[in-house]
Design a protein around this ligand. Structure first.
Ligand SMILES: NC(=O)c1ccc[n+]([C@@H]2O[C@H](COP(=O)([O-])OP(=O)(O)OC[C@H]3O[C@@H](n4cnc5c(N)ncnc54)[C@H](OP(=O)(O)O)[C@@H]3O)[C@@H](O)[C@H]2O)c1
Length: 172
């Protein structure tokens, strides 16, 4: 089972509303797992793949609500992995920076990973029995950054946000 659906709209300010597409993604993830886990267990275990993101690991302040949802989705993924192990279901999180899809078309003109690469890395991860699939270079570098020097990453985000708010103030 692959959980992949999310709608991404830029949403810097943390907002909690079940009507917001970001927050909707989490109940959908849980509902899918709840509905299909017994079926997978009955059929020998299987694999659940949850499409997460590098922002499952840190907060990009210009899209903080999306990050909050992806953090929560990571916690759900880790929890499901523990709870479903006994029935033989393996639960995998997949992480990437920007992927060349409709969602990223609206968000970034920078480098993007091909969906094909993400799919191939995911298949490899399933075959290799990985818990976490780092699907591109951005995922590899952020994975290292959050482990080696999270304070540095946080400071970088603070600087970008402060620069942004200063430029907005200047324009006013
Ligand atoms: N693109 C990126 O840069 C990037 C990077 C890292 C992680 N991701 C993650 O990768 C996953 C796929 O994103 P994408 O880039 O392929 O985005 P996308 O091109 O916008 O596609 C999102 C898909 O999710 C479906 N969807 C949205 N809300 C849904 C819901 N409530 N129930 C069922 N399906 C729903 C959409 O269906 P409709 O076509 O019917 O609207 C669409 O097929 C997401 O979880 C996203 O957070 C994306």
């Amino acid at each position: 089972m692959a959980n992949h659906g999310t709608r991404n709209r830029p949403s810097p300010n943390i907002s909690i509303s079940i009507h917001h597409p970001h927050e909707l993604a989490l109940p959908v993830l849980l509902a899918m797992a709840k509905a299909l886990a017994p079926v997978l267990g009955h059929n020998g275990g299987g694999v659940i793949v949850n499409m997460l993101s590098v922002v499952s690991w840190y907060v990009y302040p210009f899209n903080a609500t999306y990050c909050a949802t992806k953090h929560a989705a990571l916690a759900v993924t880790d929890g499901l992995r523990i709870q479903l192990k006994a029935q033989g279901t393996h639960v995998i999180g997949v992480y990437a920076g920007f992927i060349d899809t409709e969602m990223a078309a609206a968000l970034s003109s920078g480098p993007k990973t091909s969906p094909q690469q993400v799919a191939e890395k995911t298949i490899h991860g399933i075959r290799a029995g990985l818990d976490h699939v780092l699907a591109d270079e951005r995922a590899e570098s952020v994975w290292q950054a959050v482990r080696q020097d999270p304070a540095k990453l946080h400071a970088e985000m603070q600087a970008r946000w402060d620069q942004h708010t200063a430029s907005m103030t200047t324009k006013v």
